[in-house]
Design a binder for this molecule. Structure first.
Ligand SMILES: NC(=O)c1ccc[n+]([C@@H]2O[C@H](COP(=O)([O-])OP(=O)(O)OC[C@H]3O[C@@H](n4cnc5c(N)ncnc54)[C@H](O)[C@@H]3O)[C@@H](O)[C@H]2O)c1
Length: 212
């Protein structure tokens, strides 16, 4: 993100990639404007929230006209640094890690898993997709050589904190944590925790308790 985006609230910043993907689709289908109601329907965010989000970056829609798609597209491109690829490392090439390597976020042209690590000898020095798998012994040196600021953790919970400490020491800035472990990191390191079990439980809870 560029410096202008520092003023945008975190909740808004998290929705930007969602808006960006939809605006890209609109632009490639030749649409020139979009209303907040149409956006709302497509991204499943209520239109008052969309209008407030957009007001932070100066995109003021006109009543009965909506938003200019080209303007929005250039804003998102600039804000999300789409031209600059951020290198990502994946730690733990098991069930979940293998799926991510095969998927490799190819639709986001600004993030790519460049390298993966594991401790199991049979996986080391192989590739999944075009991503090479290295031994954990080579973690620090490889991350420094490739300038990797982001890591995805798909290792067993028991290994999560030790590996996180190594990543922090290796100058990683952000961690996407798929393990159930709650990680301790210095305040300047950003951790996004995706706990699929909790998400599933909370979905079921809402279905049961708020059936309508
Ligand atoms: N599989 C799922 O659907 C799923 C869903 C939600 C969360 N998770 C979480 O994601 C993590 C991975 O799950 P999984 O099913 O892929 O497990 P897995 O056992 O299939 O894979 C774990 C991988 O990590 C490697 N590993 C173990 N210790 C390591 C270390 N110290 N350094 C580097 N690599 C190491 C193993 O060799 C293995 O390849 C777990 O914490 C799990 O709780 C998995």
């Amino acid at each position: 993100m560029n410096n202008d985006s520092m003023k945008i609230p975190q909740a808004t910043a998290k929705r930007l990639p969602l808006y960006y993907r939809f605006i890209q689709n609109l632009h490639s289908s030749g649409k020139q404007r979009v209303s907040s109601a149409e956006l709302s329907e497509a991204v499943k965010v209520d239109s008052a929230t969309i209008r407030r989000d957009f007001s932070y970056f100066g995109a003021l829609g006109k009543k009965g006209y909506g938003y200019n798609v080209s303007y929005l597209l250039s804003f998102f491109r600039k804000t999300l640094d789409q031209d600059e690829v951020t290198n990502v490392a994946l730690i733990g090439v098991g069930n979940l890690g293998t799926a991510f390597l095969n998927y490799n976020f190819l639709k986001n042209n600004n993030t790519k898993i460049q390298v993966a690590f594991d401790v199991e000898e049979s996986k080391v020095n192989t590739k999944i997709g075009d991503v090479p798998i290295y031994h954990m012994d080579d973690l620090e040196k490889t991350l420094a050589d490739l300038h990797v600021p982001v890591a995805i953790l798909t290792i067993p919970q028991t290994a999560a904190q030790t590996i996180t400490d190594r990543l922090v020491a290796a100058d990683i800035k952000g961690i996407l944590n798929f393990t159930p472990a709650r990680l301790n990191v210095p305040p300047e390191i950003r951790v996004h925790h995706i706990d699929l079990a909790i998400e599933l439980q909370s979905l079921v809870y809402f279905l049961k308790n708020y059936p309508d």
